[in-house]
Design a protein around this ligand. Structure first.
Ligand SMILES: Nc1ncnc2c1ncn2[C@@H]1O[C@H](COP(=O)(O)OP(=O)(O)OP(=O)(O)O)[C@@H](O)[C@H]1O
Length: 633
């Protein structure tokens, strides 16, 4: 699989060159992720063959379509032969009745050609739309299954372009180039056969240019593949910049950085334009030769043919038939350029599609490691709560020379207890909570829920048991109800009301359509505090046995925070909870507090115990820090 890199490295500062911005005349300018997307070494055909599982179900439609196109093209090839008969027969002998007969035959052949081409399109339109839908569906399903670490590495625009323009390219390839590469080759060979049967000398003059053409095409294929791949990757980079600009429009405007972003977009667009121009130049060069050489050959054969007719060694009808056949072969030859170009684009689009599809899922993605499928059924009192046992973790893309972010975390959150997790910013609190629902996999040690290793639980079940409210309250363009019920799809209207009450999200009832109101893309039509309360409601709506709240009240005013805390206390009584806290008010929700520092849990105790015994905690809660940002001890 081609390794794709990380986010685009383009600088926000337009005057600062991006790390791998191309030299103006460099042959293959890399940029951002596109820079690292190596062109696969295998041939275009091998890449395209990977589409077999998707094409197999519609193979008969494709075969029918190819047959229809072939018959239509062969009908077109018969026309010159009828012309020969007309010239050498009715025209030469002034036979009007014969002329009508042959004319009618020409008409039938013409109608057959048109009808068959129409049938071809009709045959494949629907099945090919189905192939595109299936591939897109598989890609989406795969993206949903891939771990969060994959999405950390891949720029969203790269994925977006794979799901949109690449799919379109592949469908178009199956509709046209695939069929016409086969049909045109057969038509070309048949036409050459007819030309040889009419006059072998003229035919030889006409086919000689085929040799340099074949050599040129193989040279072109390699160069065009590289350019096509680069252009598709750059397209993805451009989509990423566009997406970031649209999603971050408020920030860009408020910091007056929209020009900077526009310039970053322009740079990316210029890179893409340069690559497209390179593709066009390659195609133009190929085209010039593909069109020029046969024209030259045709001119030569016309001159020789006229001399032959003058000497009486060839009839005028034969020359007309020969030239008409040669002209009829212009399309199969001339189309070769764009058919090859498009096939190359489709092959690189296929490579890009399979780069995602081939990405291995974390092992045991859906299946538990060892038999258990649920928590042990024990009495409430015997439940063990959450245990982190010697947990180690490092991000997959962390530099090799850095230590693990978490280095032997030992923590026990008793059943029914609420544990606050505090620590300096960047100490790994969010990371530690993300290990619980297995958004990331631990690098060592284990985590248990009521004594069951979380890796022994199927992920869907684990995520039913552990509910999360993230620091960044993401909502989707759906109604308030749909957003909240994501936390428990089958929950009753009463449960929804209760969750909204706990989160102090009474504002929902004042919205134009209550809980049915659409919140707009990413919930941006709501305030930060409103979004945070809906995210909290989503976490608690299913009354989960384990709850993880990542600084859930940070965007709330003091009054609302107090009200939410009051309501949360009741919810927390019935659940085992880990709450990331930055402020004493949030810490007060918890029964005990754990202090995370240097990748370990340094101290555990009640808020008051830690205030008394742990200077680091005291300083953290009072906000006192040394000048270098670390806590003073
Ligand atoms: N996806 C990621 N890939 C690589 N490193 C990451 C990733 N996410 C976070 N980090 C790094 O891990 C460290 C811990 O981040 P984390 O978000 O867990 O800290 P935190 O204690 O929750 O901070 P805060 O209190 O500011 O929310 C940081 O140095 C951060 O840069």
């Amino acid at each position: 699989m081609t390794e794709l890199s990380t986010q685009p490295q383009t600088s926000l500062d337009p005057d600062r060159p991006a790390p791998d911005r191309p030299a103006p005349d460099s042959p293959a300018p890399p940029s951002g992720p596109a820079a690292k997307a190596a062109v696969p070494k295998h041939s275009a055909i091998r890449s395209l063959l990977r589409l077999r599982p998707y094409v197999r179900p519609i193979r008969w439609y494709l075969a029918g379509s190819t047959l229809a196109a072939l018959l239509a093209s062969l009908a077109a090839l018969v026309i010159p032969l009828v012309l020969k008969d007309i010239v050498d027969g009715p025209v030469a002998h002034h036979d009007t009745a014969g002329l009508w007969q042959q004319g009618a035959l020409l008409l039938v052949l013409g109608m057959m050609e048109a009808g068959l081409f129409g049938t071809r399109r009709w045959l494949v339109a629907r099945p090919l739309a189905g192939v595109e839908r299936r591939m897109r569906g598989d890609l989406y399903a795969k993206l949903q299954k891939l771990p969060v670490s994959f999405h950390d590495r891949w720029a969203s625009g790269q994925l977006l372009s794979r799901a949109t323009s690449d799919m379109f390219t592949i469908r178009l390839f199956l509709a046209f180039p695939l069929v016409f590469l086969i049909v045109n080759s057969m038509v070309f060979l048949t036409g050459i056969g007819i030309m040889f049967s009419l006059d072998w000398q003229l035919a030889l003059i006409t086919v000689v240019p085929a040799v340099p053409l074949i050599l040129l095409c193989s040279y072109f294929e390699g160069r065009y593949s590289a350019a096509a791949r680069l252009s598709q990757d750059q397209n993805g980079d451009l989509a990423t910049v566009l997406e970031e600009s649209v999603l971050g429009i408020r920030i860009l405007k408020s910091f007056g950085r929209h020009r900077t972003m526009a310039s970053r977009y322009r740079v990316q667009a210029e890179l893409l334009r340069d690559t497209e121009l390179r593709k066009a130049r390659l195609l133009a060069d190929l085209w010039a030769v593909i069109v020029g050489l046969p024209e030259l050959a045709l001119g030569c054969s016309l001159a020789v043919g006229v001399v032959q007719v003058a000497h009486g060694s060839v009839t005028a009808g034969t020359l007309v038939a020969f030239l008409s056949t040669a002209l009829g072969l212009r399309w199969p030859v001339e189309s070769l350029g764009w058919l090859l170009a498009y096939s190359n684009e489709a092959s690189t689009a296929t490579d890009r599609f399979f780069e995602v599809m081939d990405t291995e899922l974390a092992e045991d993605q859906d299946e538990p490691v060892s038999g258990s499928t649920d928590l042990a059924d024990v009495e409430q009192q015997a439940r063990d709560g959450i245990r982190f046992e010697d947990v180690h973790f490092r991000y997959p893309d962390a530099p090799d020379d850095t230590p693990d972010l978490l280095r032997g975390v030992e923590l026990h959150v008793r059943s029914g207890e609420t544990m606050a997790l505090v620590g300096l910013t960047g100490s790994g609190k969010t990371t530690l909570t993300a290990l619980l629902p297995r958004l990331y996999e631990t690098s060592g040690g284990r985590i248990t829920l009521d004594g069951t290793d979380i890796r022994d639980l199927p992920r869907p079940r684990l995520r039913e048991l552990v509910s999360m409210a993230f620091e960044e309250p993401t909502l989707f363009s759906a109604s308030v109800r749909e957003n909240v019920l994501m936390g428990a799809p089958g929950a009753s209207p009463e449960a929804l009301d209760r969750a909204l009450d706990v989160a102090q999200a009474g504002f929902v009832r004042g919205l134009p359509e209550g809980a049915g109101t659409q919140v707009g893309e990413q919930g941006l039509s709501l305030s930060g505090g409103q979004r945070q309360r809906l995210a909290l409601a989503r976490a608690v709506v299913g009354s989960p046995p384990f709850l993880v709240l990542d600084d859930p009240l940070s965007a709330l005013d003091v009054h609302t925070e107090a009200l939410v805390e009051q309501a949360l206390r009741d919810v927390l009584k019935g659940t085992t909870a880990l709450v990331v806290a930055h402020r004493p008010s949030t810490v007060m929700l918890a029964d005990r507090v754990a202090l995370l520092a240097d990748g370990r849990i340094e101290a555990v105790g009640t808020h008051h115990e830690l205030l008394e015994t742990n200077p680091e905690y005291r300083e953290l809660m009072s906000g006192e820090r040394a000048e270098d940002g670390s806590l003073t001890r």
